[in-house]
Ligand binder design. Structure first.
Ligand code: C2E
Ligand code: MG
Ligand code: MG
Ligand code: MG
Length: 284
């Protein structure tokens, strides 16, 4: 019997483990206590000025190394945390952690960097949210323009009136509001004027094909032109080649983000990236 349990059986066991780890209920269970157990950390991805190459913003991206499941991608655990409501506690942790990091950077080379944080619909619906944001700014000595909140189109359709009011209060504080993954969601153009946005992030799906697909190229061109006429800042996501960066710069895209610039990195590495850049500016 034991001899029959060869590679096939191992593969079956492996598949079963994978299926187990993909189960929302399993993820939900593993998420409980994960904040207290210090299983989360943030990585930071540079966003540079397309024209000067200067580091202007960094996006904080959440990572989870589960003691039970190993590393789990945010694309898998964020939806589960949203369903259970745990995203409120998790999002608060991200906000505090990221603002503390920027407060620490402020004392060094990165004295005026803006941090971008991804925010879920349920967080915006939390009556405490605006207070949490202003407290995080005050506690860490950040000026409001150093914080930008990234929302997806889904957030905007969920509860229009309340979201509008909350975004209005955040803009009044001086915090930036960015529309993430633009072009992939419901993309009602009325969102762009209806909400208090100041930045559009062009989704990677369009940027990816910009060199080879006429259609993607025209689309990105049109998004940039529209952004300009509405007075919005434009960030291109998922820039992976020098060719893409050059095209985007020429089209008037303000900021670039993607593996061509840098991958998301731990805070120490970001500091190194920044001092390398400022060193290059000084000597060049
Ligand atoms: P997003 O906000 O659109 O973040 C960009 C994603 O693209 C990140 O994936 C990033 O690592 C990846 N990326 C950046 N540059 C490139 C590139 O050049 N090529 C490719 N192929 N990928 C690139 P990540 O870190 O896995 O995050 C996935 C999504 O999870 C995020 O998409 C965001 O929607 C969500 N997320 C991450 N952190 C948080 C968080 O703290 N709170 C909330 N609510 N959502 C988060
Ligand atoms: Mg984002
Ligand atoms: Mg995005
Ligand atoms: Mg995304």
């Amino acid at each position: 019997e034991a001899k029959k349990a060869g590679r096939g059986e191992q593969r079956t066991f492996h598949d079963a483990m994978n299926a187990f780890a993909k189960d929302g209920l399993v993820i939900d269970g593993a998420l409980r206590g994960a904040i207290e157990a210090n299983e989360f950390y943030l990585v930071y991805q540079p966003i540079t000025n397309a024209h000067t190459g200067q580091l202007t913003k960094v996006e904080a991206l959440l990572r989870w190394n589960s003691s039970l499941l190993g590393p789990v991608s945010p694309d898998r655990f964020i939806p589960v945390a949203e369903d259970s409501g745990m995203i409120i506690a998790l999002g608060t942790w991200v906000l505090e952690q990221a603002c503390r990091q920027v407060g620490a950077w402020k004392k060094g080379v990165l004295d005026d960097v803006t941090i971008s944080i991804n925010v879920s619909a349920r967080q915006l619906a939390d009556p405490q949210f605006v207070t949490l944001v202003s407290q995080a700014l005050i506690h860490n000595g950040l000026s409001p323009h150093q914080l930008e909140l990234e929302l997806t189109e889904r957030v905007l359709i969920d509860d229009t009136a309340n979201v509008q009011a909350v975004l209005g209060r955040l803009r009044a504080l001086g915090v930036g509001i960015s529309l993430d993954d633009f072009g992939t969601g419901y993309s009602s153009l009325s969102y762009l004027t209806q909400f208090h946005l100041n930045t559009l992030k062009i989704d990677r799906a369009f940027v990816m094909d910009i060199e080879h697909s006429e259609r993607s190229n025209s689309l990105v061109h049109a998004i940039i032109a529209m952004g300009h006429s509405l007075g919005l800042q434009l960030v291109a996501e998922g820039v992976e080649t020098g060719g893409q960066a050059a095209i985007l710069e020429k089209m008037g895209c303000h900021y670039l983000q993607g593996y061509h610039i840098a991958k998301p990195v731990p805070p120490e590495d970001l500091l190194r990236f920044a001092s390398h850049l400022s060193g290059a500016v000084r000597t060049g």
